[in-house]
Design a protein around this ligand. Structure first.
Ligand code: UGA
Length: 431
């Protein structure tokens, strides 16, 4: 099938490349000229495992362009994958979506299925439909479909090709058939619903996962106060199939471009519809508090922060990505700097991006350089390479053998045995 994808961010690029992998011919469009230039020269504008390999493998079936017309004309299915950033009041800014809808209307040359893939509030598909209808210049028919994406950064390709489910929100039999044909090769269950339900599935899923994380973080705080171990509590809870073990990892709070924004948007849309989703407000509050509590933990361990050198391991909001949007590291570094601490940092992928926010901190080439002469080591992202650190070497390099771990990557007993003062989240560190 011939497909156009508008927006080459994490979702758009992964969608385009994976659809090519499924055998479709894809035109990926973005109005960011730099991004398209990079893609033309075979470079990816983002780091996402396996995406580069799939682009190379399917290069005959993928074209890149800065002209939205190329995504529309003579393509049967057009995906809208542009950003929906938060406005200051938490509502999503849908102006990019509206602009794209207007542009699609301009170039509509034959029947098309317009697919909303960006995360949007319920009722957006209706607005896209109205907008295209208003601006189109002929009688060409089209359908608008909601097909939310559930991929995670860092495992986006796998999540796209082997999803738990594919949600398709449609209002016409014709569009349903086309969408089923598009995803024919993917064997996962396909849920066919109306567009509003599809839109809600996405916001409700992300908000539920964020709730799970805030819940376990709240439990972690109770564990710290009572002397229990949150890892054990999460294991015991997670083995109950009704609860499930995923997304029960306590830590320094969730970040990224999705959960914080989608929780805000879901609170906002609920309020607009006349419902006070106070549970979600609390989820957000717990997440913010979690970062504050962690910064306090560093201060409580080191006492005076002024002039102390703090080594940070991990800047991205989670492993296997260079994305630092809403990363807890930003809040923690800002707070430590405000209190006069000096910062050294290392991340396998996110240093370039972090330099744009904190150009004045010291960036290192590896974790050992960070440890050298630092007054403590703080872990903010659970990159696999941190789990394999030579801890004896780290101990020798540090001014004081102090590790404050926001992701619980080490065993507290072993750390104490090795002679570390080891602080983590929701687990006793003096055992
Ligand atoms: C999330 C969802 O998981 C995807 O299903 C969805 O498609 C995507 O948002 C989106 O809406 O586009 P993503 O933001 O890439 O994906 O990352 P996650 O793996 O969900 O992690 C989000 C944050 O939660 C990270 O900061 C992570 O460290 C944190 N987290 C996750 C925890 O603190 N504990 C956990 O147990 C799991």
């Amino acid at each position: 099938m011939k497909v156009g994808v508008i927006g080459c961010g994490y979702v758009g690029l992964t969608t385009g490349v994976c659809l090519a992998e499924l055998g479709h011919t894809v035109v990926c469009v973005d109005n960011d000229e730099e991004k398209i230039k990079k893609l033309f020269s075979g470079k990816l504008p983002i780091f996402e495992p396996n995406l580069d390999k799939l682009i190379k493998k399917n290069k005959k079936r993928i074209k890149f362009s800065i002209d939205i017309k190329d995504a529309v004309v003579s393509n049967e299915v057009i995906f809208i994958c542009v950003g929906t950033p938060s406005n200051p009041d938490g509502s999503p800014d849908l102006s990019y979506v509206e602009n794209v809808a207007k542009e699609i209307a301009k170039y509509l040359d034959s029947y098309k299925v317009v697919v909303e893939k960006s995360t949007v509030p319920v009722e957006t598909a209706e607005w896209i439909k109205k907008t295209i209808q208003r601006y189109k210049k002929n009688n060409v028919e089209f359908d608008v479909v909601s097909n939310p994406e559930f991929l995670r950064e860092g495992s986006a390709v796998k999540d796209f090709l082997y999803p738990d489910r594919i949600v398709i929100g449609v209002e016409s039999e014709k569009a349903k058939k086309i969408m089923l044909k598009l995803y024919q090769k993917i064997k996962s269950p396909k849920i066919i619903v109306d567009t509003k339900s599809a839109e809600l599935i996405k916001h409700a899923s992300n908000s539920f996962l964020a709730t799970k994380i805030s819940f376990i973080n709240a439990v972690a705080n109770i564990c710290e106060l009572s002397g229990a171990d949150v890892e054990k509590v999460a294991l015991g809870m997670g083995l109950d199939k009704r609860i499930g073990k995923d997304f029960l990892k306590a830590g320094v709070g969730y970040g990224g471009s999705c959960f914080p924004k989608d929780v805000d948007a879901f609170i906002w849309i609920s309020e607009k519809l006349g419902y006070d989703f106070s549970l979600l407000k609390e989820v957000k509050k717990i997440n913010e508090k979690q970062k504050e509590l962690f910064a306090k933990k560093i201060e409580d361990t080191l006492w005076i922060l002024k002039e102390k050198m703090i080594g940070i391991l991990g800047l991205s909001f989670k492993p296997n990505t260079d994305d630092i949007r809403e990363a807890p590291s930003i809040y923690i570094i800002k707070t430590l700097k405000q209190k006069g601490a000096k910062i050294k940092a290392y991340d396998p992928k996110a240093i370039q991006k972090m330099k744009q926010i904190f150009p004045d901190i010291e960036y290192c080439d590896n974790p050992y350089e960070v440890a050298k002469n630092s007054d403590c080591l703080v872990i903010l992202t659970e990159w696999p390479e941190f789990k394999k650190l030579d801890l004896k070497k780290v101990k020798k390099l540090l001014n004081q053998p102090i590790i404050i771990d926001g992701r619980n990557i080490f065993d507290p007993k072993k750390m104490t045995k090795l002679g570390f003062i080891y602080k983590c989240v929701g687990r006793r560190s003096d055992v």
